[in-house]
Design a binder for this molecule. Structure first.
Ligand code: AMP
Length: 125
């Protein structure tokens, strides 16, 4: 099996500059921007610039440089937005994948949510 990337997904269009975004941080390999429908006072999406569909795709096939840049950028955003676990009240970092994960946008992204108590991790359907 191979991962199939859809070049027309909305985050690919954001990366090409076809759709605006509220950028939080941009690096050579990573873009972070505010979610258009925030679920918490802080709701940032961190995405790699590479063509990765899900977390497992990114984790298995991205270069060490891409993975390091993505991870460090996510940490810097937590610090910058004052939700980091040392200086703030914490956050939740999650990534939905595929049908069971109810992933809407098929470009790997990490949600960083914070600014309020976030409830239980998983609700029963
Ligand atoms: P997921 O269900 O994990 O694929 O989440 C996709 C997220 O992308 C949702 O939280 C949407 O609100 C968000 N989203 C969709 N379109 C945009 C956009 N143009 N700019 C920012 N966030 C978006």
């Amino acid at each position: 099996m191979a991962y199939v990337y859809d070049d027309q997904n909305i985050f690919a269009r954001i990366l090409r500059g076809e759709i605006p975004n509220k950028t939080v941080r941009e690096t050579p390999h990573t873009l972070a921007f505010h979610d258009i429908h925030p679920q918490a006072p802080v709701h940032v999406l961190v995405i790699p610039k590479g063509r990765y569909v899900t977390f497992d795709h990114f984790a298995l096939e991205a270069s060490p440089e891409e993975i390091a840049d993505f991870t460090r950028t996510a940490g810097e955003i937590c610090r910058e937005l004052e939700i980091a676990s040392d200086i703030g009240q914490g956050y939740r970092a999650i990534s939905n994948a595929g049908a069971h994960g109810l992933q809407e946008v098929p470009h790997y992204h990490m949600h960083i949510l914070g600014g309020r108590v976030l409830g239980r991790l998983v609700e029963k359907p």
